[in-house]
Ligand binder design. Structure first.
Ligand code: HXC
Length: 257
């Protein structure tokens, strides 16, 4: 598939997507988000792809939604444009999405990062929700996901001042998993994605779904969901292989069946 604003490749069982609008620090226009979502869904439906790695450039993961595209819009046109519906599809991707984030992850860029499951950041990452400086507010989940991730007072500070935080602060607040020098963050993220791609694929997807349930369901509902997923995995060949390999003291070979 030929895309204008993203580049894609596959390495082993990892699907790699690179945001590629360097002239505007990877600002997320509607076409880019549309391409990104379509490609993620395509990868999600390809059984040979077992993890997605999402990245930008060393300078910018993404500087937010495209301001030029929104500047002259009115409330009614924004309502019917319903640009966030496509974002909901990203949150339904069932393979894990690992983000390799460097430079700016602002506004919609920060919201996109928070839609990913694991985040490896470079030391240069600057993460924030600066919409307040434009007279608006986050619209793709920032007020909700950031608050859940970093807690109320830090989220308030970030969104009411618009000031970005450093990668180290993001690590301290649990917004990213690891901070590494810019020379190595991408390779480390790829290594992690490859490692996850060797695990039993059904278990991987059901763990992702169950963890996401914990974010917006009550404990009892989440526990019930988890338990049913756990039982379901006993219908897989990979469960037999994983447990047999342990008993035989060898490495398991998972097939996805
Ligand atoms: C459109 C953008 C852009 C954006 C940068 N550019 N961010 N265009 N939308 N979000 C353009 C600039 O206008 C400029 O174009 C070129 O990219 C390079 O940017 P510079 O500002 O010259 O680069 P630099 O000095 O390195 O500063 C980088 C930056 C700054 C700190 C990221 O560009 C910036 O503050 N951008 C806006 C960030 C922001 O407010 N994001 C939130 C957007 S609203 P020219 O033509 O001059 O070269 C949002 C709402 C979310 O995300 C809703 C859900 C999707």
């Amino acid at each position: 598939m030929q895309y204008q604003y993203i580049q894609t490749e596959c390495e082993d069982n990892v699907g790699i997507i690179r945001l590629n609008r360097p002239e505007v620090v990877n600002a997320l226009n509607l076409k880019l988000i549309d391409e990104l979502t379509s490609e993620m869904e395509r990868m999600d439906g390809d059984p040979s792809i077992r993890a997605i790695l999402l990245t930008g450039s060393d300078k910018a993961f993404a500087a937010g939604a495209d301001i030029n595209e929104m500047a002259e819009e009115g409330a009614i046109s924004m309502l019917w444009r319903d640009q966030f519906a496509v974002w909901d599809r990203i949150s339904r991707i069932s393979v894990p999405i690992i983000a390799a984030v460097s430079g700016y992850a602002l506004g919609g860029g920060c919201e996109l990062m928070m839609n990913c499951d694991i985040v490896i950041a470079s030391e240069t990452a600057r993460i924030g929700q600066p919409e307040i400086n434009l007279g608006v507010m986050p619209g793709a989940g920032g007020t909700q996901r950031l608050t859940k991730a970093v807690g109320k007072v830090k989220a308030m500070e970030m969104m009411l001042t618009g000031d970005p935080i450093t990668a180290e602060e993001a690590l301290q607040y649990g917004l990213v998993n690891k901070v590494l020098p810019v020379e190595v963050y991408y390779q480390e993220a790829l290594k992690l994605a490859k490692r996850i791609s060797l695990q039993a694929p059904n278990a991987v997807r059901l763990i992702k779904q169950s963890v996401l349930k914990a974010q917006d369901h009550r404990l009892a509902e989440g526990m019930e969901y988890e338990r049913n997923c756990f039982y379901l995995l006993f219908a897989s060949e990979d469960q037999k292989e994983g447990m047999k390999a342990f008993i035989e003291k060898r490495k398991p070979k998972f097939t996805g069946r």
